[in-house]
Design a protein around this ligand. Structure first.
Ligand SMILES: [Zn+2]
Length: 272
């Protein structure tokens, strides 16, 4: 393994830590993992401080930024807490930054597709994405938040503008989304690692096209675990996932090597 390679750590759901030369970047860190019944009932939803603390034990102490693909609770709920404990810069859509502000974390960096941010060794390009439908529609599909106090319920964590990110560091290129259809991928630029959300059928339907477009060296299907169970119970596929199909389509496409990561087990992206 290369000593100066990018280290990738899976945090569950669609959460990742990327590390490079003592710099760290997070995407969609979510440790609270509220249970399904509470979400289905629309009960009060707050970060689980103990679980966030436990999850953060696996993180570098000073991540430079937290990227958020969209504002649903399973992507954004814990980010304000982590920002307040680390002073990382929150980068997400207008609604993500607004929800974080209502959680008491001002100063987020609102981005939209086409934006570029350079932070430490990281160059981050923001791309447009769409969100998968769940039983025929995008959950909590609003672009703008309403209200001004802290979000209280699952529906307050609206989708907002879904984003994907193209991250370049140390000569390596990582594409990450949380599902949906890529609209503005860089045209046939070399991608070393493609992290593709595969929670729902819409994502699986576009997998062959995404692989053809990105031509990644490594493919990591993401957002496949049952994120209603706490992390300490271990990885279990979510009920709406279909890993055999994902694996089949990756084999058929023969574009890149398929990998899976377990929680909190760092993996170094090999250099070409
Ligand atoms: Zn979502």
């Amino acid at each position: 393994m290369s000593r100066d390679g990018v280290q990738v750590t899976y945090l569950g759901t669609n959460g990742y830590q990327f590390e490079f030369n003592n710099h760290a970047l997070l995407v969609d860190p979510y440790f609270s993992r509220a249970d399904l019944l509470n979400i289905a009932l629309g009960s009060r939803l707050l970060p689980n401080a103990a679980r966030v603390t436990e999850g953060m034990r696996h993180l570098a102490p000073n991540p430079e930024a937290i990227l958020v693909t969209h504002s649903h609770f399973d992507h954004l709920l814990d980010a304000p807490t982590i920002v307040s404990r680390t002073h990382a810069r929150l980068i997400g859509s207008v609604s993500a930054v607004d929800l974080a502000k209502r959680e008491g974390v001002p100063g987020g960096d609102a981005v939209t597709s086409g934006d570029v941010r350079r932070i430490g060794p990281w160059t981050i390009r923001v791309l447009a994405a769409t969100h998968d439908r769940l039983f025929g529609k995008v959950p909590f599909d609003h672009r703008e938040t309403n209200g001004s106090g802290p979000p209280q319920h699952p529906a307050d964590w609206i989708c907002g503008e879904p984003l994907a990110f193209f991250i370049e560091v140390g000569g390596q290129r990582i594409y990450i989304d949380s599902g949906g259809t890529p609209e503005l991928l860089p045209p046939r630029e070399r991608v070393d690692l493609a992290i593709l959300g595969m929670a729902l059928p819409d994502s699986r339907a576009r997998l062959p096209a995404a692989l053809e477009h990105l031509q990644p060296r490594y493919v990591l299907p993401s957002h496949q675990d049952n994120f209603f169970r706490p992390l300490n119970l271990g990885f279990q596929f979510g009920p709406l996932t279909d890993f055999p199909r994902v694996r089949h389509d990756c084999e058929q496409a023969n574009r890149g090597r398929l990998i899976l990561l377990d929680y909190f087990r760092p993996w170094t992206l090999p250099r070409k």
